[in-house]
Design a binder for this molecule. Structure first.
Ligand SMILES: [Zn+2]
Length: 439
């Protein structure tokens, strides 16, 4: 087993994992101060922006000579972790079995560690960039970015304004048909949190009324979880499916059939065995609506007048909120009313850009079996807020991974870890990329 004690990016990530930033409550200040000390140690003077008590963001900048700024961004908070089921405790930052273990190892303290070491190495090499390189470390992403990216964008836009940047989610390799596929996130879905309300006659439980509020609502929930919303093929989805279709041999032929109304459901239901893939391909090609909170009534012998259901609606780039809500209405019917409680628009970035070309070139150079493709994330990231400042933030945190390592399954799960070799490879690739794009 290799010795990683001399590898700065490994030690740095391990240290960051040891500082618990589980959100809620986040309490990211200590970790942010740690990063600030690290950056100061080689002459970068970061700004710490406190957004609420114990919550902070950090912005640092290496001055360039005039082209539009470039942004590297990562959130330092993580989802919580239950100690059970972990081989090494989630906040130990253990470097064991060739990996760095712990909550945040992949989501996404690894990218913060990589970015900071890249800045240090570039400084040491005397690299003088043609554009400003900005590092933005945010808090609160896992709970909606209110105190984090959103706060920066709304209160301190001058600190983060850039034309292009890199953040999550993407750049991790997946082995398909003997090649390594590197997805680069170029779009993400929007979300809308809906409150669906049903009304009916109330009364005593001993004298039932037909079609009461809970019954109406139950039917709406049943319909939403059984009837898929219509198929929509976005450009990113089509490119992504065709790319993996070409790589995946005979199985790939089936994947292409996902692009057609007539065959989509047959393929999803019968030919894709892997449950996670099934879910992803559904989310890639449709708006989705998940019933999540069901509420109404508080006494067993009283029939309530109203009941409500909270639904997590995710909608595709190119579709308006109104259109997406109409699709939900079509499924649940007129018996209930729908309100939008909060929402965030989808994000769609152009993929024919200089930065995308540089990513492709550098990755293909460093990994001869690489295939780089745009893809869409069904979740949402800080990119949603950066895009409001017209900053294109691709999801690209590079990791070259072995075939049996499942990035997507370890995120937010027990035994989250990153192979140390992949981390070092990613750091070197990121440095190469920054030098090419900013040099
Ligand atoms: Zn994340």
């Amino acid at each position: 087993m290799s010795d990683y004690s001399q590898e700065e990016v490994v030690g740095l990530l391990s240290d960051l994992i040891k500082i618990n930033t589980s959100n809620p409550p986040g309490n990211e200040m200590e970790a942010v101060q740690y990063c600030a000390r690290y950056l100061s140690s080689f002459g970068i003077e970061p700004k710490i922006i406190e957004s609420s008590p114990k919550r902070a963001n950090l912005v640092a900048r290496i001055k360039g000579t005039g082209r539009t700024p470039f942004l590297l961004t990562g959130h330092i908070d993580t989802v919580p972790a239950d100690e059970r089921g972990w081989k090494f405790p989630p906040f130990s930052g253990a470097v064991q079995e060739g990996a760095v273990w712990g909550r945040g190892a992949l989501d996404m303290k690894h990218f913060i560690a990589m970015s900071m070491v890249v800045l240090k190495e570039l400084k040491a090499e005397g690299f003088s960039p043609k554009r400003d390189i900005i590092l933005a470390i945010t808090c609160d992403e896992e709970e909606g970015s209110q105190a984090g990216a959103r706060y920066l964008v709304e209160k301190h836009p001058e600190l983060i304004d850039a034309e292009f940047g890199l953040g999550e989610v993407g750049g991790f390799s997946m082995n398909i048909g003997g090649r390594r596929l590197y997805p680069v996130m170029t779009s993400e879905k929007g979300f809308a949190w809906l409150k669906i309300t049903a009304e009916g006659d109330s009364g005593h439980g001993s004298m039932p009324v037909f079609r009461n509020a809970l019954g109406r609502l139950g039917l709406a929930a049943w319909r939403l979880s059984n009837i898929p919303l219509p198929l929509h093929i976005t450009n990113d989805a089509s490119v992504f499916l065709k790319t993996i279709g070409d790589l995946a041999g005979i199985k790939g032929k089936f994947l292409r059939l996902l692009l057609y109304n007539l065959t989509n459901e047959i393929v999803t239901d019968n030919l894709i065995r892997n449950v996670n893939q099934k879910k992803y391909f559904r989310a890639l090609l449709r708006n989705t609506a998940s019933p999540a909170v069901f509420s109404g009534g508080d006494k067993v012998n009283v029939i309530p007048r109203t009941a409500y259901l909270k639904v997590d609606l995710r909608y595709l780039p190119g579709i308006s909120l109104e259109e997406a809500v109409d699709e939900v209405r079509e499924v649940v019917g007129d018996d209930v009313t729908i309100e939008v409680e909060s929402y965030g628009d989808p994000v769609q970035f152009e993929s024919r850009t200089e930065l995308f070309d540089v990513i492709k070139r550098v990755v293909e150079n460093e990994d001869k079996s690489a295939v780089v493709t745009p893809y869409m994330s069904p979740g949402f990231t800080d990119a949603k807020y950066f895009s409001r400042r017209k900053i294109t933030v691709y999801g690209f945190t590079p990791l070259k991974l072995d075939g049996d390592f499942s990035y997507t399954q370890l995120i937010h799960s027990e035994n989250e870890r990153v192979p140390a070799d992949s981390l070092i490879w990613g750091k070197n690739l990121l440095k190469q990329l920054v030098k090419e794009y900013c040099g």
